[in-house]
Design a protein around this ligand. Sequence first.
Ligand code: UD1
Ligand code: CA
Length: 453
Amino acid sequence: MNIVILAAGTGKRMRSALPKVLHPLAGRPLLSHVIDTARTLKPTRLVVVVGHGGEAVRAAVAAPDVLFAVQEQQLGTGHAVQQALPLLDPMVSTLVLYGDVPLTRASTLKRLVDSAAEGCYGVLTVTLDDPSGYGRIVRDQTGCVVRIVEQKDATPEQLRIAEINTGIVVTPTAQLGMWLASLKNDNAQGEFYLTDVVERAIEAGFEVVTAQPDEEWETLGVNSKQQLAELERIHQHNVADDLLAAGVTLADPARIDVRGTLECGRDVSIDVNCVFEGRVTLADNVTIGPNCVIRDATLGAGTRVEAFTHIEGAEIGANVGLGPYARLRPGASLQDESHVGNFVEVKNAVIGHGSKAGHLTYIGDADVGARVNIGAGTITCNYDGANKHRTIIEDDVFVGSDTQFVAPVRVGRGVTIAAGTTIWKDVAENVLVLNDKTQTSKTGFVRPTKKKS
Ligand code: UD1
Ligand code: CA
């Protein structure tokens, strides 16, 4: 099967410099959703029709299996499909999809394709309470489709028809070129309508069949930011439903956003207002507190993430405690039983088994061993203004509060670091390390007072 995706529209009503089909739904371009669905049908040719200036669209979805056809001027849906024709295999049928209709399920498309097998012309239709704006499916007394008439060309009687054309069709390809070439644009919009091909197919003796989607929203398109927001909510609702069906506990299915893939083990629990981006994997018994943002991360079994924690590009072991207000940046690797608490930032660093950084700390470019206790206010000074350097803290080190590690530096196992120490030289194992500082008290000190003006 060939698949043609029409994506030449400018999308004026989006009021945006970004081409309409590149506006994101669940964090990815609308068109990417359609391409993903198309790929599940294993097309032999996959052609995207882009408009004049479609370079941004091409760049965004370029892949070895995606071919592009250019429609310089938008002369109608029939004209758009015509631009793809030279790239199609004439021996197999062609499915036409739309780059701005992102939520159609593969199962619905499969049903349409199956019902139109063996040289039929198939149309995906749906019956709406309010069909206004859409092309209407006109049938004869026996119920056979005879034509599709656009809203703007319809008689008052035809306007009462509630069965509409979703636009998604499957057509024989060998005859399609001839049919498209014979289209006229003598209609209300002065366009070459793909919908008029139905009559050509009937004249040529082809049977026209129809199929329906499981859900009405599968055929909704995006023309405005309002519609984009509506489809986003529908999509997120569906994702939440799938998570619930898989046994995940959601405090409120209306308050979770998944922009990518979220894989969950058993007895995972997610509180409100969490955003998951990219690929996120949560193992058994993970709990996520409210208002967390988690992107491209793996969390091991039993790990607890408290409120307002931000995780990106991190690998987190089992039974780890995170947050509230923790920030894990790319390359953070937290081993089992470790703990990273409030206002602690970890970047490109390993926190070993059972190690703890509870409060107000920056650990960047570091290797922290097992059972290390990192006091409040500890900072790895990893950047000398030009290059980044590593801090190595071996097992069982006790880091007193307000310690600075001026990297590159290594602290041996079992070392105790006094509070307020600046470590700028390597430290051997099992010693107490402190800076020479004196504490002086002076009597007779008078605090300055504010001058009266
Ligand atoms: C089309 C159908 C209508 C159907 C409706 C469903 C036709 C003539 N009418 O109407 O029966 O009910 O979709 O939403 O097909 N496009 C191009 N190049 C063009 C024209 C359109 O790429 O020259 C693309 C648009 O970007 C859009 C899609 O095709 O994604 C539909 O075009 P649009 O003009 O919006 O069609 P409708 O008038 O809505
Ligand atoms: Ca139109």
